[in-house]
Ligand binder design. Structure first.
Ligand SMILES: NC(=O)C1=CN([C@@H]2O[C@H](COP(=O)(O)OP(=O)(O)OC[C@H]3O[C@@H](n4cnc5c(N)ncnc54)[C@H](OP(=O)(O)O)[C@@H]3O)[C@@H](O)[C@H]2O)C=CC1
Ligand SMILES: CCCCCC(=O)/C=C/[C@H]1[C@H](O)CC(=O)[C@@H]1CCCCCCC(=O)O
Length: 331
């Protein structure tokens, strides 16, 4: 068996380009006891792969949903579907990770009858839990609150907006264009959208929020966030999920002055990495699954076909080509 593997050929500098990646072939040896051979079905591309890249020459990191096609491990029989951290590669000799549940441990996908297994990389996986725990544990949205979400049309943002609505809030989504904004309202259920590329951004944001933001779920940072912070209500909560507007910057971003607003408005600003919730992981997955089955949570996935298109999917995500979670469907 020969695997196709995408490695980091050149260190990222600025926005990723095709030249950062190389596809190589790797001949796989026969399985040993305890191992199983997985064939990728869906590969996740995520902003963190830009922030925490592998060393040059090594495989791009990521989770994937795969099928077991050969096995020397009774816990992972041939034909089963698994999610695991195998990176941008078509085939992998996998083994279990000793000990308790962790995100590095291969997990069998069960209970997916009638559902696409790609959901394990979106609503029923890491982005779903970032939305669930980030909004509910830190954003603490209360009925009637106005919740603003940046990168609202993305993998995490499409879920945050829906959970905010489930909790009885008014949801305002920020995105790059009118087209994506209209989809946020019509398809996702946001009450309003604001395009950060509009020359009336400040005015539009004021109108959509009535200058009263109780909770800001921030995935972008930078100037967009300065504008939202200026509209926070006293004792508001700011959840720092990410800062994608800075990830491709060649100059290290310095902190802008938020102290005055945070002080004057008595804001609580809290950041998180979703891995912090590993001990409660299943709570988020099960709640999102229940909402999905009840039709209260809709999955939004931007599916890109073909393994060799994985770098394009990654690059496209930074250019905002996605609506929902970017996932590569292999083969
Ligand atoms: N804290 C945690 O544990 C986790 C954090 N994250 C973070 O959440 C954020 C969203 O991740 P994810 O949902 O996977 O990705 P998305 O699906 O949201 O994709 C990225 C989006 O970012 C937007 N974007 C790109 N460049 C800029 C820019 N310069 N300014 C504003 N928006 C920009 C684009 O949308 P648009 O067209 O609207 O510009 C693009 O679609 C990231 O910051 C990521 O690092 C994700 C998972 C877990
Ligand atoms: C905590 C960031 C570590 C990044 C590198 C890494 O170890 C990735 C681990 C992922 C694992 O494959 C399954 C996951 O869910 C992990 C990613 C968690 C991402 C958290 C931070 C995301 C961000 O800042 O965009």
């Amino acid at each position: 068996m020969t695997a196709k593997v995408i490695i980091l050929k050149r260190k990222f500098e600025g926005t990723p380009t095709l030249d950062n990646f190389k596809i190589v072939e790797e001949k796989l040896r026969p399985l040993q006891q305890g191992e199983f051979l997985v064939e990728a079905r869906y590969i996740s591309v995520d902003p963190y792969q830009r922030v925490y890249p592998p060393k040059v020459g090594q495989t791009m990191l990521s989770e994937q949903v795969a099928k077991v096609i050969e096995s020397q491990n009774n816990d992972f029989p041939v034909g089963s579907s698994v999610v695991g951290e195998w990176g941008w590669r078509t085939h992998t000799i996998a083994k279990d990770v000793a000990g308790e549940f962790c995100l590095r441990k291969p997990r069998l996908l069960t209970g997916y009858d009638g559902l696409s297994r790609s959901l394990a990389l979106s609503v029923l996986g890491m982005p779903g839990n970032a939305a669930y725990f980030g909004l509910l544990h830190m954003g603490k949205p209360m009925k009637g609150n106005t919740v603003v979400v940046s990168s609202a049309a993305g993998g995490v943002g499409t879920i945050v907006g829906q959970i905010a609505k489930i909790k009885g809030c008014k949801a305002v989504g920020i995105t790059s264009s009118v087209e994506k904004g209209e989809r946020l309202v019509k398809e996702v259920g946001y009450d309003h959208y604001v395009s950060y590329n509009s020359k009336n951004f400040e005015k539009d944001l004021s109108k959509a929020t009535k200058d009263t933001v109780h909770c800001y779920f921030d995935s972008v940072g930078g100037e967009i966030s300065s504008s939202v912070l200026a509209k926070m209500k006293k004792f508001g909560r700011v959840v720092i999920c990410g800062a994608i507007s800075t990830y491709n910057s060649k100059i290290k971003a310095t902190a802008s002055e938020v102290q005055t607003t945070v002080k004057v408005q008595h804001l609580v600003m809290e950041g998180f990495k979703v891995t912090r919730f590993k001990d409660q992981w299943d709570e988020g997955i099960q709640q999102n699954l229940q909402w999905l089955k009840e039709g209260r949570l809709k999955p939004f996935e931007h599916i890109v076909d073909g393994f060799t298109n994985t770098p394009n999917a990654f690059i496209g995500m930074f250019a905002g080509q996605n609506f929902g979670k970017t996932i590569v469907r292999v083969g």
